[in-house]
Write a protein of this length. Structure first.
Length: 461
């Protein structure tokens, strides 16, 4: 950590956050009602599960009793997970909306790494020229593309009309070295104190910089994690991913931000104080999850990370199951590589308890939880089929779907998402999440066995 950071008098972006009252506007009331609905639903669910085996089923034998215990244990873990996430997320939104946050407009460089992005790079850059922020530049890094990316990008070099004044667009052409190398090149080239790192196919909302940069008025903040949304939510598979982003990712980040445990700054949008990147040792290319790796290193360097829900990046989601599973396979192996790289911190809570908890939570979500989910579903089906308890299957799945519907309602309300996402909650955890978890377990096995892998690339539509 730099001396400047140690000696600078802290100016909090969220003053007196702990005493901020829960807002009494319409949105807060809606959130409270949804939260109460979740609690009532879960209590009813617990009562059903504890009384059903005693009143309506003939439970006999060690295997059947063990299965009931295992499923109740899994249910308990699921509810604890939901409760912690929902309550922390609600508290974050309550404080976030109750406190005025100052505007802060330092010069910032937007780094756009591009590898074979000829189809989208022009539209991405042109969308960046419309941002509602008075002081920024755009740096495109062509990472040895083999298509027409460099030719398309060269036409964009120079000064272009922005919303407030002309915005400079620069281009760096380099040999292919991966996303980490491309981002590092752009950051080295930048003369700004702050950088926004994104994907070549992402598009930012107009007020992303305005909302994201204000947090850096607090000198303790080293990075801001943005809100990623699916831009092509026009099919079942992309709508399910859109629900996953708001429920499985963004809701988690809001709860993590309240608990000061943000563990991954997403690739499509991360805003950084350049000094934090320098203190962390820059992006590294020894994992397939450079974003997770850098986040952990920034935390270990002593910087705080916050989540900003209004700093939005729209990204293209896979439109086929094959592409989706390839993507999640890579994400899982990259996350495991990051955990392996920082594994010594797992067992050194005395150095930094919060960082140790962050790593353990990542270990739980990446390895333990997917395995538990697969085991619970398989175990339930096998016991139900062989021991005449098939009426448990619809009850089990309907009850879990109820939790996801409540979570979907909460997320749609807080993020003002399309109501069409809510019906997808019926199949979200039963099929979509289970399929993703199977992929995660397969990736975990191959990572521990040391199988080779390549990053691959999403086919742009």
């Amino acid at each position: 950590m730099t001396e400047e950071k140690k000696t600078f008098k802290k100016r909090a972006v969220l003053p007196n956050m702990e005493q901020a009252p829960i807002p009494k506007d319409r949105e807060a009331t809606l959130l409270a009602v949804i939260g109460l609905s979740v609690i009532v639903s879960v209590v009813m669910y617990v009562v059903i599960y504890f009384t059903l085996p005693l009143t309506r089923l003939s439970v006999s034998g060690l295997i059947v009793n063990a299965s009931i215990f295992a499923l109740l244990f899994f249910l308990g873990m699921l509810m604890i997970r939901y409760f912690i996430t929902l309550i922390a997320s609600f508290l974050f939104y309550s404080k976030y909306s109750a406190v005025e946050q100052p505007e802060y407009f330092p010069f910032i460089s937007i780094i756009v790494p591009a590898y074979n992005e000829a189809k989208v790079i022009e539209d991405s850059v042109k969308s960046l020229l419309t941002l509602d922020y008075p002081n920024y530049e755009i740096i495109v890094v062509n990472d040895g593309s083999t298509d027409e990316t460099h030719k398309v990008a060269e036409k964009l070099v120079g000064y272009h009309a922005g919303k407030y004044e002309k915005v400079r667009v620069s281009l760096i052409n380099k040999e292919n070295g991966g996303k980490s190398s491309a981002l590092n090149s752009g950051i080295h080239f930048s003369r700004a104190e702050f950088v926004l790192c994104m994907d070549g196919d992402s598009a930012l909302s107009s007020k992303t910089l305005r909302y994201g940069m204000r947090h850096f008025n607090d000198r303790e903040i080293g990075a801001v994690a943005g809100n990623v949304k699916v831009m092509n939510a026009n099919k079942m598979i992309t709508n399910l991913q859109s629900l996953e982003y708001v429920e499985g990712l963004n809701m988690v980040r809001t709860s993590q931000s309240y608990l000061k445990m943000v563990n991954i700054i997403p690739g499509p949008i991360g805003i950084f104080r350049k000094q934090a990147i320098i203190d962390a040792g820059w992006y590294a290319s020894d994992t397939y999850a450079e974003d997770a790796d850098l986040t952990l290193k920034i935390r270990q360097a002593g910087w705080q990370i916050i989540y900003e829900p209004k700093a939005i990046a729209y990204t293209e989601a896979p439109e086929s199951m094959y592409q989706l599973l390839k993507q999640r396979y890579r994400w899982t192996r990259g996350l495991l590589q990051s955990l392996k790289k920082h594994r010594e911190r797992l067992f050194k809570p005395q150095e930094n308890m919060l960082n140790s908890l962050v790593l353990w939570s990542m270990f739980y979500e990446a390895i333990l939880w997917p395995s538990m989910n697969i085991f619970a579903n398989l175990f339930l089906i096998l016991v139900a089929v062989f021991y005449g308890m098939s009426n448990l299957i619809p009850l089990w799945w309907l009850s879990i779907a109820l939790l996801d519907i409540m979570a979907a309602l909460y997320c749609v309300a807080t993020e003002k998402e399309d109501l069409k996402l809510i019906p997808y909650a019926f199949i979200y955890r039963l099929f979509f999440v289970l399929t993703i978890d199977i992929t995660k377990v397969a990736a975990t096995i191959e990572e521990f066995l040391g199988f080779d892998m390549t990053w691959g690339k999403l086919e742009r539509i």
